[in-house]
Design a protein around this ligand. Structure first.
Ligand code: SAH
Ligand code: SF4
Length: 356
């Protein structure tokens, strides 16, 4: 695999090209002008273009397939240089609004859900990504390329801010170095300029890595995939709980630096007759005591032969109301597209089956 130029922060690129002021121009061509090749960088001398072409690939991903869901979310299956595939999802969070004269009063807000690994080592029982095992970590450039490509493909203006959630395939904190590098590249003012506060890392709860990420104090937001309130059930669903139990995750969250105006998100995948009872909701309230938290309930999205069941709407509402009535902010993840994307890995599975 050829390294990608998207791997580098501006400072790093300055050490790689001579003279160093070219780095900023190159950054502009890539992230602002959206060029598809080094050859299009008009103010860059030919010999520098030739050496860039020799050393780096500009975009390390190819689009293998696109699937659009009824609510407007779009899933992209990407092929990496070594033929592995993974996916990213574009989620319009709010529709464009216009006034009576047809003028746009509020623009669509986008969230991009990115993958951090091909496959995953964590092996959660409910997750399709887990089924294919772990292949490899994505490089920083491959993470950056997902956002760059989705913005470009959907004509999302360069200066339009998008939110990034690391909720695609893989466990981001199991690839912390490349993920942190991607966060820094996204941050670059001369590049995509996506601040850390617009980026949410979702983790199955690798407590020691949550601590490490917290110590870096990057300003990123944190989402914890909790899914169960007692260790016995959580161990069954998420084997990682044997190494890092609920208490250790909660303690790591309590130490995590978070903007006063923000909250730590707790994702709770609801499975019928398993974790959807009010006794669990009660325990959850107790568990989150003292944390500025927000609970996001996710409908389990069944796939062929999945042993778990989708909860009823009524069950979800009851669970949500209980939390809200007891002082824990709680919402239900509404959009179907979001359900499917939260269950990233499903598009890939489908394509693999189609191609088989
Ligand atoms: N590995 C990280 C981030 C990727 S998983 C983590 O687990 O947090 C992103 C989300 O997809 C997780 O909250 C996970 O619980 C959810 N998910 C996995 N399988 C799902 C399914 N079948 N239906 C709905 N959500 C699912
Ligand atoms: Fe990995 Fe997250 Fe799926 Fe668990 S839910 S197997 S941590 S991707």
């Amino acid at each position: 695999m050829k390294p990608s130029i998207l791997d580098f922060t501006l400072e790093e690129l300055k050490t790689k090209v001579k003279p160093s002021f070219r780095a900023k121009q190159i950054y502009n061509w890539i992230y602002v002008q959206n060029v598809n090749s080094f050859a299009e960088m008009k103010n860059i001398p030919k010999d520098l273009i030739a050496s860039l072409e020799e050393e780096y690939i500009l975009n390390p991903l190819e689009i293998a397939r696109i699937e659009e869901s009824a609510d407007g979310s779009k899933k992209y299956l990407f092929r990496c240089q070594d033929e592995y595939t993974m996916e990213a999802v574009l989620l319009p969070m709010k529709k464009e609004e216009r006034n009576e004269e047809g003028k746009i009063t509020s623009e669509t807000k986008y969230t991009i859900c990115v993958s951090s690994q091909v496959g995953c080592k964590i092996g959660c029982a409910f997750c399709l990504t887990a089924k294919e095992g772990f292949k490899r970590n994505l490089t920083a450039g491959e993470i950056v390329a997902q956002v760059l490509t989705l913005k470009k493909e959907n004509n999302i203006a360069v200066n339009r801010r998008v939110n990034i959630v690391y909720m695609g395939m893989g466990e981001p904190l199991d690839n912390i170095n490349n993920v942190v590098q991607a966060i820094k590249v996204f941050n670059e003012e001369d590049g995509l300029a996506i601040g850390a506060r617009r980026q949410t890392i979702s983790t199955s709860g690798l407590s020691h890595q949550i601590k490490k990420l917290g110590e870096m104090d990057l300003g990123v937001l944190l989402a914890i995939s909790l899914h169960a309130v007692d260790d016995a059930l959580r161990e069954q669903l998420m084997p990682i709980n044997k190494a890092y139990n609920i208490e250790s995750v909660i303690n790591a969250v309590k130490d995590f630096p978070i903007d006063q105006r923000k909250r730590v998100m707790f994702e709770y995948l609801v499975m019928k007759d398993l974790n959807d009872d009010i006794a669990s909701a009660k325990k959850l309230v107790k568990l989150l005591h003292g944390i500025k938290a927000k609970v996001n309930l996710i409908y389990f999205n069944p796939y062929p032969n999945s042993p778990f069941k989708r909860p009823t709407r009524e069950g979800m509402e009851k669970f949500k109301d209980f939390l809200n009535d007891h002082g824990v902010l709680c919402t239900i993840r509404q959009s179907k597209g979001l359900d499917i994307s939260a269950a990233c890995g499903q598009l890939k599975e489908k394509t693999d089956n189609d191609l088989a």
